[in-house]
Design a protein around this ligand. Structure first.
Ligand SMILES: Cc1ncc(COP(=O)(O)O)c(C=O)c1O
Length: 396
């Protein structure tokens, strides 16, 4: 069967091989410690689930407007007001099947063939693939561990060409957990001000997962001159532990969001109807349930960073947000574990899985071959066991 050029450029996820292998070992009854999860290990709060159950039972099961119900869109606008201090109209927002879908709609409606989208690396795996699927060029800007994995004004300037259509910013970051300061963002914003043809896409999925004294800052909120060319992406997955609900939102200029709504109206249509009131209730809640979650994540963060730094050959910077540690494991390259040499992040992950029964995600999946990603959205005991196994294997 013929496969389109557009489909052919999309790469399978590097992480799939490791995940498949981990699952295979688990199926054979082998106790594998997994640091792979990209989702909180908490259940969705009861009060949110109950609204969806109630609506399902009431028969709220028909189509809605493609962007979402007017009330849900209003709740997104209230969130923009409360969490960003930004005033948006419901004609400027849309709810889609996850932040991932909001991003895809954005790239599809923004990128013409051959346009460049600047993606700071390490990056979340789907950005380059989505850009390429939309006919664009993923312009990777390497932000090494030494730079705190962050884009600088100089690096950004060096990557901008007349064909650049957008910059993607993700703070807190998946996979690095790095969080941009106010000044760092403003410096990037000034480069964007000098280059009015470059749009800004801010992926704020981890906005609520920041560890004091670090704080979340929104560049467009601090620099409103950028708003006419900014798309803000956010959602429910990480903050509300609602990954499986598949809900995300985007906010941007009215004409752009209309184009996104046309696309969504002709592709997926609305998100699941009986999730929409529950999603609005989640946004409007005082969200006090997040505090204990954050405290738990914070304790685990300290545990994993300290544990990793105690292992010879691993150097783990302190992540300030999200729930990932992204240690530099290149100090282990050249080491042999049971006769097998660690050469790069892929072999590190393979050998740790097979020899230590610990699943980590190779940094190569995120564009940084010296590192590995460990999610600490898992039980304390699991973290302790995994760290012990890694230390033991690397001591051999
Ligand atoms: C940085 C980042 N952006 C977007 C997403 C998409 O999340 P979802 O589609 O579940 O809302 C993820 C999920 O892992 C992510 O890590």
């Amino acid at each position: 069967m013929n496969i389109s050029k557009r489909a052919k450029v999309i790469q399978p996820s590097i992480t799939l091989g490791i995940t498949a292998k981990a699952n295979e070992l688990k199926a054979r009854g082998i106790d594998v410690v997994s640091f792979g999860a990209g989702e909180p290990d908490f259940d969705t709060p009861e009060f949110i689930k109950n609204v969806a159950i109630e609506d399902l039972n009431k028969g709220v099961t028909k189509y809605t407007a493609e962007r979402g119900t007017p009330d849900l869109l209003k709740a997104v606008c209230e969130t923009l007001e409360r969490d960003y201090g930004l005033t948006y109209d419901t004609s400027q927002v849309m709810v889609s099947v996850g932040g991932k879908h909001s991003l895809f709609n954005t790239f599809f409606c923004m990128v013409n063939d051959g346009d460049g989208v600047i993606i700071p690396s390490p990056y979340w795996v789907s950005y380059p693939e989505q850009v390429r699927a939309c006919g664009g060029v993923a312009v990777i800007a390497a932000c090494p561990p030494e730079s705190g994995f962050k884009m600088t004004p100089e690096l950004l300037r060096s990557k901008i060409t007349p064909r650049t259509v957008a910059l993607v910013l993700n703070s807190p970051s998946n996979p690095t957990g790095s969080v941009y300061t106010k000044d760092e963002l403003l410096a990037i914003g000034r480069v964007l001000e000098e280059n009015p043809h470059v749009n800004l896409i801010t992926d704020d999925l981890y906005q609520k997962l920041v560890y004091a004294p670090a704080e979340f800052h929104s560049l467009p909120a601090m620099m409103p001159s950028l708003l006419p060319r900014t798309i803000i992406i956010n959602g429910w997955s990480k903050a509300f532990s609602m990954t499986g609900w598949r809900l995300g939102w985007a906010a941007g200029p009215k004409d752009f969001m209309k184009a996104c709504a046309n696309l969504q109206g002709q592709s997926t249509s609305n998100v699941t109807t009986f999730t929409q009131r529950a999603a609005a209730v989640a946004l409007r809640d005082n969200q006090s349930f997040m505090k204990p979650w954050l405290e738990k994540f914070n304790a685990r963060r300290k545990m994993i960073v300290d544990g990793l730094n105690a292992i010879d050959g691993i150097r783990c910077p302190e992540p300030l947000g999200a729930f990932y540690a992204f240690p530099d494991v290149s100090g282990c390259f050249g080491k042999k574990v049971n006769g097998r040499e660690i050469k790069d992040s892929m072999t590190f992950a393979e050998i740790m899985l097979e020899e230590a029964k610990v699943a980590v995600v190779p940094g190569a999946a995120f564009g940084e071959n010296r590192c590995a990603r460990l999610s600490y959205a898992t039980k304390d005991e699991t973290i302790a066991k995994g760290l012990q196994r890694l230390a033991e294997a690397l001591r051999k």
